[in-house]
Design a protein around this ligand. Sequence first.
Ligand code: CA
Length: 136
Amino acid sequence: MLSPSLEDYLEEIYNLDQKKEKIRIRDIATKLGVSPPSVVKALKKLHDESYIIYQKYKKIKLTEKGKKMGKSLVNRNDILQEFLIIIDSRCDPEKEAEAMEHYLSPSTVKTFENLSAFLKDNKDILEKFKKYNKSD
Ligand code: CA
C-alpha cells in the first residue's frame, strides 16, 4: 500500500509520462508544492517498491507495476471529479477529489462510479435530484 503522498507522486509521474514529457524532479516539486529533496526521497521509496526505476543522473522510468498503479490512481481521481460534478456539489471538483481520493475504499469509489453512470442514464432522476439539492 502506498501512502497518500506517495500516491500523489506516482500520479504526477504517470501524468508526465502520459504527456510524453521528461520526468524531472523540479517539475514534480513545483506541481506538488514540495521541495526537490522531498521529491528525491519519494522517488527512492517508489523505486524500492518497484513502481519506478530511479537512478541518479538517469532518466526516471515507470515500471509496468508503476504504470498500472498510476493509471488506476488517475482513473480514481477522474471518477471522483465526475461524480462531484454530476451531483452538482458546488465545490472545486479538482481540489475536492484530491482531498477525498486517498481515504475512500475501492468499493466506495466503484459505487460512486456506478451512481454517476446511473444518474447519466436516468436524466429524469438526476433532474429531480438537482432541484431537490437546490432547495434549502
Ligand atoms: Ca492526487
